[in-house]
Each structure stands twice: as C-alpha cells, then as structure tokens.
Design a binder for this molecule. Sequence first.
Ligand SMILES: Nc1nc2c(c(=O)[nH]1)N[C@H]1C(S)=C(S)[C@@H](COP(=O)(O)OP(=O)(O)OC[C@H]3O[C@@H](n4cnc5c(=O)[nH]c(N)nc54)[C@H](O)[C@@H]3O)O[C@H]1N2
Ligand SMILES: Nc1nc2c(c(=O)[nH]1)N[C@H]1C(S)=C(S)[C@@H](COP(=O)(O)OP(=O)(O)OC[C@H]3O[C@@H](n4cnc5c(=O)[nH]c(N)nc54)[C@H](O)[C@@H]3O)O[C@H]1N2
Ligand code: SF4
Ligand SMILES: [Mo]
Length: 693
Amino acid sequence: MTTTQVRAACPHDCPDTCALLVTVKDGIATEVKGDPDHPTTAGVLCTKVSRYVDRTYHPERLLYPMRRVGNKGEGRFERISWEQAIDEIAARLGKIAARDPQAILPYSYCGTMGLVQGESMSLRFFNKLGASLLDRTICATAGATGYRYTIGGSIGTDIEHFQDAKLIIIWGGNPIASNLHFWTRAQEAKRRGAKLIAIDPYRSLTAEKCHQHIALLPGTDAALALGMMHVLIRDGLLDHDYIERHTLGFEELKARAAEWSPERTAATCGITAEEVENLAHDYGQLAKNGEPVAIRLNYGMQRVRGGGMAVRNIACLPALVGAWRHAAGGIQLSTSGSFPANRPALQRPDLLNGRKPRTINMTTIGGDLLKDSSPEFGPKIEAVIVYNANPLAIAPDSGKVMAGFAREDLFTVVLEHFCTDSADYADILLPATTQLEHVDAHLAYGHLYMMANNAAIAPLGEAKPNTEIFRLLAARMGFDDACFKETDDELAAQAFNKQDARAVHFDWESLKRKGWQKLAMPDAPFADGGFPTPSGKCEFYSSTMLADGLDPVPAYIAPYESAASNPELAAKYPLAMISPPARNFLNSTFVNVQSLRATEGEPHLDIHPLDAAARGLAHGDMARIFNDRGSFVAKARVTDKARPGLVVGLSVWWKKLAGDGKNANEVTSQRLTDMGRAPTFYDTLVEVEKASP
Ligand SMILES: Nc1nc2c(c(=O)[nH]1)N[C@H]1C(S)=C(S)[C@@H](COP(=O)(O)OP(=O)(O)OC[C@H]3O[C@@H](n4cnc5c(=O)[nH]c(N)nc54)[C@H](O)[C@@H]3O)O[C@H]1N2
Ligand SMILES: Nc1nc2c(c(=O)[nH]1)N[C@H]1C(S)=C(S)[C@@H](COP(=O)(O)OP(=O)(O)OC[C@H]3O[C@@H](n4cnc5c(=O)[nH]c(N)nc54)[C@H](O)[C@@H]3O)O[C@H]1N2
Ligand code: SF4
Ligand SMILES: [Mo]
C-alpha cells in the first residue's frame, strides 16, 4: 500500500481559500485536512470541506457525457461518448455562429475560484468564437464598485492582523458561517480585550456571539454610516492630520453628514439614536486614543438597491478616524485586488480580434433568455454553455429563469459534477473533474497567499477538467491558435504576473511544491495614504462617480422594496425577506451531500413571534412565502432572531431537494443595484401565510 499526502487548495467561493492536505492511499483520496502550517488555515477546515471525500466519491457523481432523452427539466439522459458529445456541440454551435456568434452565451461563476479551471481556456474559446460576453455580477460587483470609487481597489486590512484590533465591527457578514478563519481571529481579539459589534438585521450565529448587535432594517446601512459620520464630526472624533493629507472632499462630506442627525438616522434604520451615538463613540474614541479599530465589511449588506453606495460610505470611515495608520485598523471587504493575477494572459481578449460582442448580465438571465432579437438587445440567445454555476437555483426571479431554460429552441450544455437543477435542463451534460482531480492556481479574497492545487487522484469515470473540455471543443471547431494547446500547468504558470513586485519570484513549480506563498505587501497598506484612486487619496468626493451619473458624495439610497420607500407595495407584502447563506452549504453546492443536508434539515423561514401570531403561524407549521413574482414553501421557525417585519430563509437550496421544488429565488427580483449592475436578493418584500397541506 502506498500512502501520499498532496498539497491542495480549497476551490470554493469563500474568502478563506484554505490550504488542504489530501491523503491518498493506492490512488484513492481518503481524507482532506487543513494544512496546520498555513497561517490562516491553521489546520482547520469548515464542516463542508471536511466532507470533501464524500462529495468527490458521491454515488451520484456524473461520470460520463450524456444526452437528454426526457423533457427539458426532467433530468433524464442517455450515455454517449465524448466523441459524440463534442461533435454534437461543435455542430450546433458552428451553425449558430455562422449566423451570429453573439447568440451563444457562456454562463459561469465561481463553482471553482481557480484561475485555470475558472476562466482561462473557456474564455479563450468564447473570445475566439465571438460569443456574447457575460457580466459576472451575481455576487460582489455592487460593493466592489463602491469600494473602488472610495479606496481605489479591493485592498484592505490583512486578516493576520485583526487579532490586535481593539474594536471589530462585523458589518453585513456572518463569518461563523461564511468566513470561519476570520472568526478565529475575531475571537482571539475578543480574548485580548476587543469589543465585537455585529451590524445585521438578523441575529445570525455571529451576531449572537458579539458583545453587541445592531439590528437595523435591511438596506439602510448607508444611512447608519452617515449618522456615524455626523457624530464623529460633531464630537471632534477625527484624525485631522490624516484627513488633511490623505483624503479628498472632507468639506463636502461634512455638509452631507450634517443632514444625518442620530434621530433621522435612527428613524431610517429602525434602531435607536443611542445606538447610533454609541457606535460612533466606540469607534471614534478608541481611534482617538491611538487604538486600532477595524471593520470587517461583507457582502450581505450590498445586495440591495443602494448596496454600492452603502459600501462606499462605510469605506470612508477609517480615513476619517485615521484607522489606516495601524496594521490592525482599517477595513477589509476583499483582498482580491492585492493579487497581480494575469487575466489577459489566461483569457486572451486579443482573440476577439477587434470584435466587440454585446454583454449579457448574468443577474438578468431569466429575463434575457425570454427576449427576442431586437436592435437594442441583439440576437435572441440560442445557446447557453453553463459551467461552474447553477443558475436555476441561484439567479433571481427563478420562475423566469426556469421558463427561459425550458425553451425548446434553446441549446443548453452544462459542465457539472452533479445533476443539479440546471443540469436537468441540459441538452448535453458533461462530467467535470473536482478539485482533487485537476490542477489549479488560486488567489484569495480573504487573505494574501497565492495558492497551488495539485491533482491528488485521477479523474473519476470519464470526467475531464473544464480546460480540457474547451480544448477539445476548440480543436473540433478548427481553432488552431497555439494557445489552445497549452496544458493546465502551462496555464497555471501564467496565473500571476512575475514582473509585479508583490508576486516577486512567483514560480509555478515551486508554488506547487510549497502549496502557498504570501504576497509582498506592507503591513498597513494605507498608513501613509497612497490609495490607488485617481487622486491617490481616499475619495470622500469622487469625480469619477459624478462622471458615472452618481452622487459624488456619500448618500443614502432607499431600497426598492421597503415600507418606507414603497408603502403601496408594503401594504400588500409587508415583510422584508433576506436569504443569506446556510452554514452547511456553499451557495447551492453541497446541498446534495446527505450528511450536510441532514444538518440543515429542510428549508426554513425564521419569523418573529409577533409576525407569526398575526398570521396564525405556529413554530413548525409549513409557511407559504409569496409576492407577485412567485412563491415557495418553508417550515416556520418562530424566533426573535428575525426582527419584527423581517423574515429569513437561509439559502441556497436545490429546488428539487425542497419539498415543493422551489426555493427563495422564486420571490427575489432582477432589479439591479445603484452601481455594479448587481442583484438585489435582500431587497424583497413578501407576505407569508400558513401553507395548505
Ligand atoms: N457556509 C457558507 N459560506 C459561504 C457561502 C455560503 O453559501 N455558505 N457563500 C460564500 C459567498 S459566495 C459569499 S459572497 C459570502 C457571503 O457571505 P457574507 O459576505 O457574510 O454575506 P451574506 O452571507 O450574504 O450575509 C451576511 C449577513 O448579512 C446580513 N444582511 C442581510 N442584509 C443585510 C443588510 O441590508 N445590512 C446588513 N448590515 N446586513 C445584512 C445577513 O443577515 C447575514 O447574516 O460567503 C461565502 N461563504
Ligand atoms: N437567494 C439567494 N441567492 C443567491 C445568494 C443568496 O445569498 N441568496 N447568493 C448569491 C451569491 S453571493 C453567489 S456567489 C451565487 C453563487 O452561484 P454559483 O456560482 O452558481 O454557485 P453554486 O450554486 O455553488 O454553483 C456552482 C456549481 O459549480 C459546480 N462546479 C464546481 N466546480 C466545478 C468545476 O471545476 N467544473 C464545473 N464544470 N463545475 C464545477 C458545482 O458543482 C456547483 O453546482 O449565488 C447567488 N444567489
Ligand atoms: S469553504 Fe472556506 S472555510 Fe471551508 S475549507 Fe473552503 S476555504 Fe476553508
Ligand atoms: Mo458570492
């Protein structure tokens, strides 16, 4: 018997990008552990990836290419050969491309975060073809855009310093579920005397364990940040020297903040004026005393109409109090902008050869699949190639997404590990390898290590890496550029730009051996300013925003759907619904792993006792949640974790594994955020009633 240990990286869409050690016995992976030597992983994995072996060898893994034999959505297939599959796809795509390649759409997101198995060979293929471009907005682009206007890029406080902060505000995040290794640092800070404050409409697992929880109304964070600025300025809790040297537009910001008294802020956010005052004082006073104060901002708070502006406002706070002076101060939303990823080398936009295909927003896929050709829209979508994504479960306004994918005249190819809700609609379903079976290079969005993933085992069945599938398609379509012959190792070797000082000495072969390498970055990135904005300063006033048609100064943009902003709609649908991630799933990944689904039980809806009583709902009753867009059923949990007026349905369930074949996205809308063209999953009004048995 031979036993080896292989260095790998977690591929999932999670800020932690853990370093993994895979034990392989006679070619079979037997255990996946966290690397104890990797500073942020520190030997610990979440429950989901601790079960990675179960997921990889799951009895329902897709092992062969298949062709649909049943109706769309039925999920009935027959086995075919790779030859047949590639021939059939190339023939169909070739025919469509001859008319207009823009009628072909790739639909992909972060099923794997790998730079190689994500967008490398796939985009080379679609660029050469001239297919529609996809705007990958489904998660983070509202916040990323608001942050970029203010700070200049996705750069922030290093997770490895948070344990030294004296105050940590966890704002719109639930790290116990979605950023575990950050939570470890926050707990260490707590042991060293730091105060933890959660800002979240819901008493999440994390909010429950913080010293204080501010349960504001969803979509009102921008107002809370303005109220904090008001108090900081009024009470002189500012770092004038830092403001003077490293910020732009303080006078404009001061005038705007003056409009946001604690009382007005409290009324907008559905909290008390004392909560606003105390939050500002905790933050500003500690900073004034020279202590590091940090904000862990997360994506939960940007999934509403004003989500981009909310992130922007909050991103102004550290500069006001000079928190950036400390390595353990400042703010972290994402660290992805610290990595010199070499995407042009991987994706080869030059293969477009001067063509400028139209762009389809992945958030509005439901509506767009139902559109006919028109001068504004361009050609009707005739083919979709889905990989690293599960649009039938995760895209908003799911009724439309389903109707779109059910179109008889749509040709759908899905590359997957499992027969997901989306795979059920495939004309051709192709088996993809998992992280244990392929090579990849990774950046992270919650730490600063370049990561390598070695293949631990041979592909199961006839599964192939995404890259190889697109290589085969390219060859069959006669794309003979040399770049379509590059191996996965050759791709990975181009993942980071060696000329960039941060990735200095990046060498793929040694990264593969070592598993990880930290970027060369200063401990406190903006201690002495140097923001990557047009002015080089933290921009309280942004002329880029003005040019983009936005308010150049921090502002409050109310949700589309709330009692205050849309009383007519609220009369019909009085409850605000949010659907943040469940701890044991990763978006819709892992829902089909029996042990993890058993821990989550079944789809639930958390509802406050007052709201439940008003609807005759008892704990454990089945509830029907509905609005004009659709409805779904979940088991009511009557609990004050949800504030009055709020219901919470932890997500994202596979529809076909929910009792009624539906999930929370039946009721979410395709409306977009103020910036970044992103979804507004948590900007949703609903009504709830007892479900008829
Ligand atoms: N276990 C697990 N981990 C995950 C994921 C998963 O599905 N499961 N998903 C991964 C992905 S893709 C992402 S993007 C991240 C997401 O993780 P986070 O960035 O942490 O964001 P969410 O989980 O969307 O929401 C976090 C918290 O924000 C709260 N929230 C909702 N609306 C508002 C609001 O208007 N204001 C404020 N202040 N808070 C609000 C929710 O109640 C929730 O508790 O997690 C990643 N990690
Ligand atoms: N209601 C509601 N909806 C949401 C959210 C929410 O909080 N509430 N969160 C949103 C967010 S933040 C995000 S990021 C999106 C996530 O949406 P998606 O990116 O679509 O994420 P998943 O649902 O995890 O689906 C990823 C799929 O990729 C597959 N996959 C993984 N690795 C590979 C591979 O190497 N090759 C191939 N071919 N396939 C692979 C997995 O099996 C899985 O089925 O969902 C969004 N939808
Ligand atoms: S999902 Fe996140 S916490 Fe879990 S192993 Fe992967 S990177 Fe680590
Ligand atoms: Mo996400």
